[in-house]
Design a protein around this ligand. Structure first.
Ligand code: G6P
Ligand code: MG
Length: 218
Protein backbone atom coordinates (compact mmCIF):
# COMPACT_ATOMS: atom_id res chain seq x y z
CA UNK A 1 0.00 0.00 0.00
CA UNK A 2 1.83 3.07 -1.28
CA UNK A 3 1.86 6.03 1.10
CA UNK A 4 4.68 8.19 -0.18
CA UNK A 5 6.72 9.34 -3.15
CA UNK A 6 10.38 10.29 -3.03
CA UNK A 7 11.46 12.33 -6.02
CA UNK A 8 15.00 12.77 -7.19
CA UNK A 9 15.37 16.42 -8.13
CA UNK A 10 17.95 16.86 -10.87
CA UNK A 11 16.55 15.42 -14.11
CA UNK A 12 13.20 14.46 -12.54
CA UNK A 13 11.41 17.59 -11.33
CA UNK A 14 13.69 20.02 -13.14
CA UNK A 15 16.45 19.93 -15.69
CA UNK A 16 19.34 21.06 -13.52
CA UNK A 17 21.31 18.32 -15.30
CA UNK A 18 21.84 20.98 -17.99
CA UNK A 19 23.06 23.55 -15.44
CA UNK A 20 25.41 21.04 -13.82
CA UNK A 21 26.69 20.36 -17.33
CA UNK A 22 27.29 24.05 -18.10
CA UNK A 23 29.17 24.51 -14.81
CA UNK A 24 31.36 21.44 -15.40
CA UNK A 25 32.00 22.50 -19.00
CA UNK A 26 33.22 25.91 -17.86
CA UNK A 27 35.56 24.32 -15.33
CA UNK A 28 36.85 21.78 -17.85
CA UNK A 29 37.48 24.55 -20.42
CA UNK A 30 39.43 26.57 -17.87
CA UNK A 31 41.51 23.52 -17.02
CA UNK A 32 42.02 22.60 -20.68
CA UNK A 33 40.38 19.23 -20.13
CA UNK A 34 38.35 17.85 -23.04
CA UNK A 35 34.69 17.55 -22.03
CA UNK A 36 31.37 17.72 -23.83
CA UNK A 37 27.68 17.02 -23.55
CA UNK A 38 28.17 13.38 -24.41
CA UNK A 39 30.80 12.89 -21.70
CA UNK A 40 28.41 14.64 -19.31
CA UNK A 41 25.86 11.80 -19.68
CA UNK A 42 28.11 9.65 -17.47
CA UNK A 43 27.73 12.25 -14.68
CA UNK A 44 23.96 12.00 -14.36
CA UNK A 45 23.14 11.55 -10.68
CA UNK A 46 26.83 11.23 -9.80
CA UNK A 47 28.14 13.11 -6.73
CA UNK A 48 30.20 16.27 -7.09
CA UNK A 49 33.51 14.64 -6.24
CA UNK A 50 32.90 11.51 -8.30
CA UNK A 51 31.87 13.72 -11.24
CA UNK A 52 35.12 15.67 -11.04
CA UNK A 53 37.08 12.41 -10.86
CA UNK A 54 35.42 11.22 -14.06
CA UNK A 55 36.26 14.53 -15.75
CA UNK A 56 39.93 14.67 -14.75
CA UNK A 57 40.52 10.99 -15.45
CA UNK A 58 44.17 10.12 -14.79
CA UNK A 59 45.43 13.72 -14.82
CA UNK A 60 47.46 14.42 -11.69
CA UNK A 61 45.88 16.92 -9.29
CA UNK A 62 46.52 17.41 -5.58
CA UNK A 63 43.69 17.09 -3.05
CA UNK A 64 43.84 20.88 -2.57
CA UNK A 65 43.42 21.42 -6.32
CA UNK A 66 40.54 18.94 -6.41
CA UNK A 67 38.78 20.77 -3.61
CA UNK A 68 39.35 24.13 -5.29
CA UNK A 69 37.87 22.79 -8.52
CA UNK A 70 34.82 21.36 -6.71
CA UNK A 71 34.25 24.75 -5.10
CA UNK A 72 34.74 26.59 -8.37
CA UNK A 73 32.28 24.36 -10.22
CA UNK A 74 29.80 24.85 -7.39
CA UNK A 75 30.14 28.65 -7.62
CA UNK A 76 29.27 28.48 -11.30
CA UNK A 77 26.34 26.16 -10.56
CA UNK A 78 25.02 28.28 -7.68
CA UNK A 79 25.14 31.32 -9.97
CA UNK A 80 23.12 29.44 -12.62
CA UNK A 81 20.39 28.24 -10.26
CA UNK A 82 19.71 31.80 -9.03
CA UNK A 83 17.94 32.36 -12.34
CA UNK A 84 15.59 29.40 -11.91
CA UNK A 85 11.85 30.00 -11.59
CA UNK A 86 8.71 27.80 -11.36
CA UNK A 87 8.87 27.73 -15.17
CA UNK A 88 11.86 25.41 -14.83
CA UNK A 89 9.71 22.60 -13.46
CA UNK A 90 9.61 19.79 -16.03
CA UNK A 91 6.29 19.02 -17.79
CA UNK A 92 3.93 16.99 -15.62
CA UNK A 93 5.79 17.62 -12.37
CA UNK A 94 3.43 20.08 -10.74
CA UNK A 95 0.29 18.18 -11.80
CA UNK A 96 1.61 14.95 -10.27
CA UNK A 97 2.73 16.66 -7.05
CA UNK A 98 -0.69 18.26 -6.66
CA UNK A 99 -2.56 15.04 -7.42
CA UNK A 100 -0.44 13.12 -4.90
CA UNK A 101 -1.03 15.73 -2.21
CA UNK A 102 -4.75 15.66 -2.84
CA UNK A 103 -4.69 11.89 -2.47
CA UNK A 104 -2.95 12.25 0.91
CA UNK A 105 0.31 10.75 -0.37
CA UNK A 106 3.44 12.06 1.38
CA UNK A 107 6.08 13.71 -0.79
CA UNK A 108 9.81 13.70 -0.18
CA UNK A 109 12.90 14.73 -2.12
CA UNK A 110 15.91 12.43 -2.33
CA UNK A 111 18.71 14.33 -4.03
CA UNK A 112 22.47 13.98 -3.69
CA UNK A 113 22.80 17.72 -4.22
CA UNK A 114 23.92 20.13 -1.52
CA UNK A 115 21.96 22.74 -3.48
CA UNK A 116 18.63 20.88 -3.38
CA UNK A 117 17.08 23.26 -0.83
CA UNK A 118 17.82 26.30 -2.99
CA UNK A 119 16.52 24.64 -6.15
CA UNK A 120 13.28 23.63 -4.39
CA UNK A 121 12.76 27.18 -3.22
CA UNK A 122 13.50 28.65 -6.66
CA UNK A 123 10.99 26.20 -8.18
CA UNK A 124 8.37 27.38 -5.71
CA UNK A 125 7.46 23.88 -4.53
CA UNK A 126 8.75 24.02 -0.93
CA UNK A 127 5.19 24.07 0.45
CA UNK A 128 4.34 20.85 -1.43
CA UNK A 129 7.23 18.87 0.05
CA UNK A 130 7.01 17.02 3.39
CA UNK A 131 10.70 16.05 3.75
CA UNK A 132 14.02 16.68 2.05
CA UNK A 133 16.98 14.32 1.98
CA UNK A 134 19.87 16.10 0.29
CA UNK A 135 23.64 16.17 -0.07
CA UNK A 136 23.99 16.85 3.67
CA UNK A 137 21.75 14.02 4.90
CA UNK A 138 23.84 10.85 4.61
CA UNK A 139 27.42 9.72 3.99
CA UNK A 140 26.99 6.98 1.39
CA UNK A 141 25.97 8.28 -2.05
CA UNK A 142 23.58 6.48 -4.44
CA UNK A 143 23.63 3.59 -5.44
CA UNK A 144 23.66 2.99 -1.67
CA UNK A 145 20.08 3.00 -0.32
CA UNK A 146 20.90 5.40 2.55
CA UNK A 147 19.53 8.63 1.09
CA UNK A 148 16.13 7.14 0.21
CA UNK A 149 15.91 5.29 3.54
CA UNK A 150 16.61 8.61 5.26
CA UNK A 151 13.85 10.30 3.25
CA UNK A 152 11.33 7.54 4.01
CA UNK A 153 12.18 7.76 7.69
CA UNK A 154 11.55 11.51 7.64
CA UNK A 155 8.18 10.80 6.03
CA UNK A 156 7.41 8.12 8.63
CA UNK A 157 7.14 5.40 5.97
CA UNK A 158 8.42 1.87 5.45
CA UNK A 159 10.41 1.20 2.27
CA UNK A 160 7.64 -0.92 0.74
CA UNK A 161 5.22 1.98 1.15
CA UNK A 162 7.52 4.28 -0.82
CA UNK A 163 7.93 4.97 -4.53
CA UNK A 164 11.17 6.53 -5.80
CA UNK A 165 11.19 8.49 -9.06
CA UNK A 166 14.66 8.64 -10.63
CA UNK A 167 16.39 9.52 -13.89
CA UNK A 168 19.78 7.97 -13.09
CA UNK A 169 20.90 4.34 -13.10
CA UNK A 170 22.56 4.75 -9.70
CA UNK A 171 19.32 6.20 -8.32
CA UNK A 172 17.20 3.30 -9.54
CA UNK A 173 19.75 0.93 -8.05
CA UNK A 174 19.58 2.81 -4.73
CA UNK A 175 15.77 2.62 -4.68
CA UNK A 176 15.79 -1.13 -5.32
CA UNK A 177 18.51 -1.63 -2.69
CA UNK A 178 16.26 0.24 -0.25
CA UNK A 179 13.40 -2.17 -1.00
CA UNK A 180 11.27 0.58 -2.53
CA UNK A 181 9.24 0.82 -5.71
CA UNK A 182 11.21 2.41 -8.53
CA UNK A 183 9.90 4.54 -11.36
CA UNK A 184 12.62 5.28 -13.91
CA UNK A 185 12.45 8.26 -16.26
CA UNK A 186 14.38 7.98 -19.51
CA UNK A 187 15.71 5.30 -21.85
CA UNK A 188 15.61 1.66 -20.75
CA UNK A 189 19.40 1.43 -21.21
CA UNK A 190 19.65 3.85 -18.31
CA UNK A 191 16.68 3.13 -16.01
CA UNK A 192 15.48 -0.24 -17.29
CA UNK A 193 15.96 -1.87 -13.89
CA UNK A 194 13.05 0.16 -12.47
CA UNK A 195 9.62 -1.43 -11.90
CA UNK A 196 8.04 1.12 -14.23
CA UNK A 197 9.91 2.96 -17.00
CA UNK A 198 8.49 6.18 -18.45
CA UNK A 199 9.92 8.73 -20.89
CA UNK A 200 9.19 11.62 -18.50
CA UNK A 201 6.52 12.79 -16.04
CA UNK A 202 4.55 14.51 -18.81
CA UNK A 203 0.95 13.33 -18.72
CA UNK A 204 1.61 10.90 -15.87
CA UNK A 205 -1.07 10.64 -13.19
CA UNK A 206 -1.09 8.95 -9.80
CA UNK A 207 -4.25 7.15 -10.92
CA UNK A 208 -2.30 5.48 -13.79
CA UNK A 209 0.86 4.84 -11.84
CA UNK A 210 -1.08 3.22 -9.06
CA UNK A 211 -2.56 0.69 -11.50
CA UNK A 212 0.83 0.05 -13.14
CA UNK A 213 2.52 -0.58 -9.80
CA UNK A 214 -0.21 -2.78 -8.40
CA UNK A 215 0.00 -4.99 -11.50
CA UNK A 216 3.59 -5.88 -10.69
CA UNK A 217 4.08 -8.97 -8.60
CA UNK A 218 7.23 -8.56 -6.52
C1 G6P B 1 22.71 15.25 -8.10
C2 G6P B 1 22.97 15.58 -9.56
C3 G6P B 1 24.45 15.49 -9.87
C4 G6P B 1 25.27 16.31 -8.87
C5 G6P B 1 24.97 15.86 -7.45
C6 G6P B 1 25.69 16.72 -6.41
O1 G6P B 1 22.88 13.88 -7.93
O2 G6P B 1 22.26 14.71 -10.40
O3 G6P B 1 24.66 15.96 -11.19
O4 G6P B 1 26.65 16.16 -9.13
O5 G6P B 1 23.57 15.96 -7.22
O6 G6P B 1 25.18 18.03 -6.47
P1 G6P B 1 25.86 19.29 -5.80
O7 G6P B 1 24.90 20.41 -6.10
O8 G6P B 1 25.97 19.03 -4.34
O9 G6P B 1 27.20 19.48 -6.43
MG1 MG C 1 18.77 12.85 -11.18
Amino acid sequence: NIQGFIFDLDGVLTDTAELHYLAWQKLADEEGIPFNREANEALRGVSRRASLMLIIGDRAYSEAQIEEMMERKNRYYVELIQHMTPKDLLPGAIALLDELRQAGIKIGIGSASKNAQTVIERLGIADKIDAIADGYSVQQPKPAPDLFLYAAKQLGLEPEQSVVVEDAAAGVEAALAAGMWAVGLGPAERVGAAHVVLPSLAGITWADLRVKLSNIAR
